[in-house]
Design a protein around this ligand. Structure first.
Ligand code: NAP
Ligand code: GCO
Length: 266
């Protein structure tokens, strides 16, 4: 194998929710490896911030506003990308939301909304790009999963249901389209320092870590929160020819959390 197996030149990558956070870092990393990057977001203000962030990073990215839960909007976005830069070769289903509330206080509609963004959103975007991938007999779909694809915890019933479902959608897409040389894999971040997890990392009035923050550090063999940048290598691998025989897997980039039982009592 050559180093060029990781090269993404000539590929068009669409990263949903790519204006900031983990999606932005993945897109930036793919651009550095040669891909033409398109990012999606849900609002004009996010679009503007995204455009400025890519410009500041020296990346010529194309931005598109579309709600991933809206099939017509997703279809229109993918058609525009095809016109602007060409058919999508790499899709990263990264758009996501979280609501942290005890299950008994969670409204059915709020629960449904979380499932909608993670599962219906990934279904819509995948369905929209698959016909061109089938025609090319090549394509990569990466679904951004989570620790909650494997584990539960108090207050994230909708999110855990959604990320568990996304893991199975990953395996189903791999099964249904593997014969066309399309690989669909998941990348599961551990606990990553982004705005999504900022409430979990808020400092105590005396400046010390909150109990949850300290719990995550102690549960992570690496002994730290992950950075969005830590997510790039695994995604570039899954987007590149280096992973052409890897299909339906979830690659966890979690600093070791899922391997670890936890600190032994002293
Ligand atoms: P983030 O900063 O909140 O980013 C989420 C992105 O999703 C935003 O860019 C948002 O777009 C977009 N989005 C939400 N709903 C959308 C919709 N209906 N249509 C289009 N875009 C939509 O969060 P993050 O921490 O970077 O997380 C990115 C992904 O990684 C999520 O799937 C999350 O569940 C997953 N993840 C995060 C962690 C972590 O520790 N941070 C761990 C595991 C997995 P706007 O910019 O328009 O709001
Ligand atoms: C939580 C966190 C998680 C992370 C992540 C873990 O409330 O427990 O937000 O859900 O965001 O998905 O991998």
């Amino acid at each position: 194998m050559e180093l060029s197996a990781f090269d993404l030149h000539g590929k068009v990558a669409l990263i949903t929710g790519g204006a900031h956070g983990i999606g932005f870092s993945i897109a930036e990393g793919m651009a550095r490896c040669g891909a033409k990057v398109c990012f999606n977001c849900s609002s004009q203000s996010s679009y503007e911030k995204g455009v400025a962030a890519y410009q500041a990073a020296g990346i010529d990215a194309h931005g598109y506003i579309a709600d991933v839960t809206d099939w017509a909007a997703v279809q229109a976005m993918v058609a525009r990308i095809k016109q602007d830069v060409g058919p999508v070769d790499i899709l990263v289903n990264n758009a996501g939301i979280i609501q942290r509330k005890p299950m008994l206080e969670t409204d059915t509609e709020d629960f449904r909304k979380v499932l909608d963004v993670h599962i219906v959103g990934a279904f819509n975007c995948s369905k929209a790009v698959l016909p061109d991938m089938i025609q090319k007999r090549a394509g990569k779909i990466i679904n951004i999963c989570s620790m909650m694809s494997e584990l539960g915890r108090e207050t994230v019933s909708g999110y855990a249901a959604a990320k568990g479902g996304l893991k199975m959608l990953t395996k189903n897409i791999a099964s249904e389209f593997g014969g066309y040389n399309i690989q669909c894999n998941g990348m599961g971040p551990g606990y990553i320092a982004t705005p999504q997890t900022a409430p979990l990392r808020e400092r105590q009035p005396d400046g010390s870590r909150s109990p949850f923050d300290a719990f995550i550090i102690s549960k992570t063999p690496a002994g730290r929160w992950g950075e969005a940048e830590d997510m790039v290598g695994p995604c570039v691998f899954l987007a590149s020819d280096a992973s052409n025989f890897v299909n339906g897997q979830i690659l966890y980039a979690d600093g070791g959390i899922l391997a670890y039982l936890g600190h032994q009592p002293q």
